[in-house]
Design a protein around this ligand. Structure first.
Ligand code: NDP
Length: 399
């Protein structure tokens, strides 16, 4: 009997609820709570075969969360609200003695600062209470951590370099839209780039390094841009043989053109400005006028390709391995009314929960995905909808 409380009824929340409801052998009760209850009700109505309870909660408010957890009595809280709520939800889990899982690391509202320090600081408190927190159980972070751990465990004797490459070869037909929460997406993309090299972080201007990369399975060449992404921080900590770690993402020229203009005119600012006697944050206002990522599902065609090229030594020789997943936007929409970006995040969140609830991945404290057996996770990920492909021994150019 495993009851879960899912917090957040956005694009990712929708997929998590659908996928947990499909895995009836693990999930016997689901409560979906979010700031706007009507969004929870709309998702619950899509899944008539599984009774889903819904609730309203302000996840910035610890006493409210504690009251809801006490009322619902879940074994695990799946946090798919926004990164700003990570710490309050962790506090409520500690207070009520419940396990925790999320898909993105904590970020303070007023600074676009991506680091695990705040959440790693909870390790001792979770450990003392015999509780487990699993951080970053989405695709990137999440499956990319697992792919790196798989390369290190199965394909290389020693892993030295990783390039995490995230391609969205899909098209939603909109002039400008983001595939997940616009505020979080734009904060991430406009932040200074950092990559790991020889024991230190090297900072470069946002999106200033670009290559063309030829993606497999007919996707073909696309421009990839180097940026900072949070999984690199935990990977270089937990797999210290990694000497160089870089993260790359595809952006269309059209996306970059719009982003540049929005930045130049101040619309991506995250500080408050005075407008007609009211304080507004330009990026939050921009979010309100951009297309809701949830509405893109019906429009998006094409595929995503997210994976890791790992390089290192096998049997004394230098070797590369490319571990990746390809996901089709339209197939996702047919299955769970969502595009592939939310799907590739929501499925690993549900699978991470399955790992914890079945005891396949267990520990007391706060953990990242690469700290557990990657093969156990991938064995469950495939039947839940995301297949892993491995090209063992390719010769991709060094990025
Ligand atoms: P959305 O903006 O679509 O959904 C966020 C949901 O959280 C909304 O339902 C929102 O409510 C709710 N919410 C926000 N603030 C609160 C609050 N204070 N109390 C209660 N509920 C709240 O985002 P996504 O679904 O696209 O993303 C969800 C998470 O997944 C984010 O943290 C994102 O960073 C992460 N993510 C991770 C990825 C990965 O691969 N690891 C990839 C993509 C996303 P309301 O509707 O009322 O605003």
């Amino acid at each position: 009997m495993s009851k879960v409380l899912i917090i957040g009824a956005g694009g990712v929340g929708r997929v998590v609820v659908h996928k947990c409801a499909q895995a009836k052998e693990v999930f016997t009760g689901i409560t979906l709570a979010s700031r706007t209850k009507s969004k929870c009700d709309a998702i619950a109505a899509e899944i008539p075969h599984f009774p889903i309870k819904t609730a309203q909660v302000d996840a910035d408010n610890v006493p409210e969360l504690v009251a809801l957890i006490k009322q619902e009595q879940p074994q695990l809280v799946l946090n798919v609200a926004l990164p700003y709520q990570d710490l309050t939800i962790m506090d409520a889990c500690l207070e009520t003695g419940v396990d925790y899982l999320d898909t993105a690391n904590y970020e303070p509202l007023d600074t676009a600062k991506f680091e695990y320090s705040w959440q790693w600081a909870y390790h001792e408190r979770f450990k003392e209470k015999g509780l487990m927190a699993l951080l970053g159980s989405g695709f990137d972070p999440g499956v990319t951590n697992v792919y790196t751990a798989l390369a290190a465990k199965k394909y290389l004797d020693e892993i030295h370099e990783i390039d995490i490459i995230d391609a969205n070869a899909g098209d939603h037909g909109q002039a400008f839209a983001t595939n997940f929460n616009p505020e979080i997406n734009i904060r991430e993309v406009t932040a200074p780039c950092r990559h790991w090299e020889e024991g230190q972080w090297i900072e470069t201007p946002p999106l200033s390094t670009k290559h063309s990369f030829d993606f497999p399975e007919g996707i073909g060449p696309m421009n990839i841009y180097r940026m900072y992404h949070e999984e690199m921080e935990s990977l270089v900590k937990h797999i210290p043989t990694i000497k160089k770690a870089q993260f790359w993402m595809t952006f269309s020229d059209n996306y970059l053109k719009h982003l540049e203009v929005l930045q130049n005119i101040g619309m991506t600012r995250i500080d408050e400005v005075e407008y007609q006697g009211q304080k507004i944050v330009p990026l939050q206002f921009l979010k309100a006028v951009l297309p809701d990522p949830g509405s893109l599902g019906a429009l998006t065609k094409g595929r995503t390709c997210i994976g890791v090229i790992a390089r290192g030594i096998k049997d004394g020789k230098r070797k590369q391995v490319y571990v990746y997943n390809i996901c089709d936007h339209e197939a996702c929409y047919q299955e769970v009314n969502s595009q592939a970006i939310s799907y590739t995040t929501g499925v690993p969140a549900a699978v991470g929960a399955m790992m914890m609830l079945t005891g396949k991945w267990r520990g007391d404290g706060v953990f990242n995905m690469e700290q557990f057996d990657p093969e156990l996770f991938l064995e469950t990920l495939a039947p839940m909808g995301l297949q892993t492909q491995v090209i063992d021994g390719g010769d991709w150019p060094e990025l």
